[in-house]
Design a protein around this ligand. Structure first.
Ligand code: 13P
Length: 273
């Protein structure tokens, strides 16, 4: 069943057409896969598969324990950025098992994935905690990749727009000034993650358009038009090209299919200019 997220008035249709972030961004979220030795092995196969030119922006999010090895192994590939999958909102202290944003920076991370649905739903992360993590990331110099998205029940109830808007509103205070110019958003419907089920193309466009319009309204057209909105959830080498053609889809956040060097390099190829 499809739910219309937006009122399709003429202005909004025009906005969808005109706002574009040119360079695509392809992100690998390895989740809890590939420790340091597998990371070295992956890069040994993956880096030679990259073409010499016209690459999209590539961001790799290995487990935190593999970041240092990855940073050292990337070598001359300055077009690849590294990120941490989660951070704590304090910079130091008695928080067993957590990693701080400054620690992530010290091992080469430039980005932080914040509010991934597995953090929200498996670890009970609230919108308030997501906001604190966005704030700390920006303070420490990490660019946040903020994930939003609805569960299946929320979609069926017709609550998709409300849920996404609440998730976005919760971080507004952290991104409303220019210091957060390098934030990214990812729309990841929870029910599409790891399931092989994708929303219909128009459902993806509606959600991305909602995020674009929210940004435009809250933080202004110029700033918002430079912020990429990625799609994540069951992306693979067969559907990547079509997903990247959708309006306001500026890149992809890839889970399972990013674990294999060949599949991930094919996804990157789909985004090459
Ligand atoms: P899959 O690509 O395995 O569905 O995972 C998506 C995801 O959660 C990326 O962050």
């Amino acid at each position: 069943m499809k739910h219309c997220l937006m009122n399709n008035d003429e202005n909004k249709t025009e906005d969808r057409k005109t706002i574009k972030v040119k360079t695509k961004t392809i992100v690998a979220n390895w989740k809890m896969h590939h420790g340091p030795s597998e990371t070295r092995e992956f890069l040994g196969k993956f880096l030679p598969l990259l073409s010499e030119r016209d690459l999209p922006r590539i961001l790799l999010f290995p487990p935190a324990i593999s970041l240092e090895v990855m940073s050292a192994s990337i070598g001359k590939h300055t077009d690849i950025g590294l990120g941490i999958q989660n951070i704590y909102w304090e910079l130091e202290g008695a928080f067993t098992g957590e990693h701080s944003a400054t620690m992530a920076v010290s091992v080469g991370a430039e980005f932080a994935l914040i509010g991934h649905s597995e953090r929200r739903h498996l670890f009970g992360e609230s919108n308030h905690q997501v906001k604190n993590k966005v704030s700390t990331s920006i303070t420490a110099g990490l660019k946040p990749v903020v994930c939003v998205g609805e569960t299946k029940i929320e979609r069926v109830r017709g609550d998709t727009e409300t849920i996404i808007t609440q998730q976005l509103d919760s971080i507004l205070s952290e991104i409303s000034d220019q210091k957060s110019g390098s934030i990214l958003f990812a729309y990841e419907p929870v029910w599409a993650i790891g399931t092989g089920m994708l929303p219909e193309p128009d459902e993806i466009e509606e959600a991305h358009s909602l995020i674009r319009m929210w940004m435009k309204e809250k933080i202004g057209e110029v700033f918002s038009s430079s912020i990429p909105i990625l799609y994540g959830g069951s992306v693979n080498e067969n559907n990547a090209k079509d997903l990247l053609k959708l309006s306001n889809v500026d890149g992809l956040l890839v889970g399972g299919a990013s674990l294999d060097p060949m599949s991930f390099s094919k996804i990157i190829e789909s985004a090459s200019l």
